[in-house]
Design a protein around this ligand. Sequence first.
Ligand code: SAM
Length: 188
Amino acid sequence: MRWHDEYDIPGSSLARRLEVVRGFLRPLLDRPRRVISMCAGDGRDVLPLLPSGSRAVLVEWDPALADRARQSAPSGVTVVTGDAGITDPYASVAPAEVLLACGVFGNIPYADTCRTIEALPTLLTPGGTVVWTRAGSGAAEVRDAFARSGFEELAFSEPADARFRVGLHRLRRPAKPFAAGVRLFTFV
Ligand SMILES: C[S@@+](CC[C@H](N)C(=O)[O-])C[C@H]1O[C@@H](n2cnc3c(N)ncnc32)[C@H](O)[C@@H]1O
């Protein structure tokens, strides 16, 4: 079974996480937005919710998943088959109002998580929001990293009967200019 097959199992942890992520995204996507999704998978979290007129860049390494995202992407969405861990693919959409980092922080070293979160002000508008996920106790470190980097927590979901955690953070510090060629993270 491939990791994303779990999405199709009703009541599975991944299916439940998807509903929480969409619940956080829905009010943010109340009008056309600029959106980034890092390690986007097939984009099922954000693509069905995107208001028309939005611009989005989804970056996914797996060509099969990227193709699936491309097939369901409305106009205005660019799906890049490539490395989400460097800033270059985001050049056309930064600064974004909404950024997804779902299924990322559990797959990279904590130093990379910190570096990525510190760099998010170069990818976001002032007040831009980030929806992120992390399984289990590792979420505490992610929340710390957001707090240190000038983000306020708007929501945090920690179901008692599941390991997934979903956070929603808003940038409270001034945004920074986009910088190409910056390494954010490397998947392990
Ligand atoms: C745990 S999945 C999460 C996918 C999606 N965000 C979701 O929540 O359904 C992690 C994804 O990251 C992709 N990936 C791994 N390394 C990557 C990289 N360097 N750049 C872009 N995507 C990457 C994998 O192919 C996989 O689809």
